[in-house]
Ligand binder design. Structure first.
Ligand code: 13P
Length: 249
């Protein structure tokens, strides 16, 4: 059985004080919860506050991006060892907003994935089709390409900590969700690519999260699918009660 993981992607929201307040309100709501893993991914500047606030709890903390070099003259960038050094356990890589606004490609996703694994971070690699691709019947092809390139030059052993998030771009921030069946179909495509790249055992153990308008109202239907190993939650993770309701689906 794969343990589910529910991750909050706060994107570019919250100041450090608000991040601390979130954790104070959220922790009591999930204190008896041990079924799933919970990870918070705040903006970089909130990481110290959140890491301090979750100390002693079961919560993990992740960054929302990394650059692939360890250090160097890369103004404004943050490396995987830097996230490790401040206490992060996870990092999101290849989010569709990075692909859309900041020139992320399948190749840079692969470089970042290798850097995260080398530093001992658990990468959450995001893949997903845009609306035109879904309407043109290209979803499977797009997912195969994204996975194939993202997963290249890594062994099954190296890739063991990998987590993938299927985030159909048309469902992000739109209130539209993939049906549980659509998500499960996409997850099977991703798992098949993982099997090709890493072998059956790593693929069997790979956790594939769903992301895109996950809310307290639809979390149970999505999480009840055996193919869905958790959620990557944007908007509904900003409020402690709403994120707790998703965690406790
Ligand atoms: P929403 O939950 O706001 O649709 O965002 C999903 C997402 O992009 C998580 O990474």
């Amino acid at each position: 059985m794969r343990k589910k993981l529910i991750a909050a992607n706060w994107k570019m929201y919250k100041m450090p004080d608000a991040a601390r307040d979130f954790v104070s309100a959220f922790l009591p709501l999930v204190k008896d919860h041990s079924r799933d893993e919970i990870v918070l991914c705040p903006p970089y500047v909130c990481l110290p506050a959140v890491i301090e606030a979750v100390r002693g709890s079961q919560l993990g903390v992740g960054g929302q991006n990394i650059f692939w070099e360890k250090e160097g003259a890369y103004t404004g960038e943050i490396s995987a060892p830097m996230l490790r050094a401040v206490g992060c356990s996870h990092v999101i890589i290849g989010h569709s907003e990075w692909r859309q606004y900041f020139g992320e490609t399948d190749d840079t996703v692969n470089r970042k994935l290798k850097a995260a694994l080398a530093a001992g971070l658990q990468p959450i690699v995001c893949v997903g089709e845009v609306l035109e691709e879904r309407e043109a019947g290209l979803t499977q092809q797009v997912l195969e390409r994204q996975c194939n390139l993202a997963f290249s030059d890594l062994s099954g052993l190296e890739a063991a900590p990998l987590i993938v998030a299927y985030e159909p771009v048309w469902a992000i921030g739109t209130g539209k969700t993939a049906t549980p069946e659509m998500a499960a179909d996409a997850h099977q495509v991703i798992r098949a690519q993982a099997a090709k790249a890493f072998g059956d055992e790593t693929a069997r153990n790979l956790r594939i999260l769903y992301g895109g308008s996950v809310k307290p109202e639809n979390a149970k239907a999505l999480m009840s699918q055996t193919e869905i190993d958790g959620a990557l939650v944007g908007g509904a993770s900003l409020d402690p009660k709403s994120f707790a309701a998703i965690v406790l689906y």
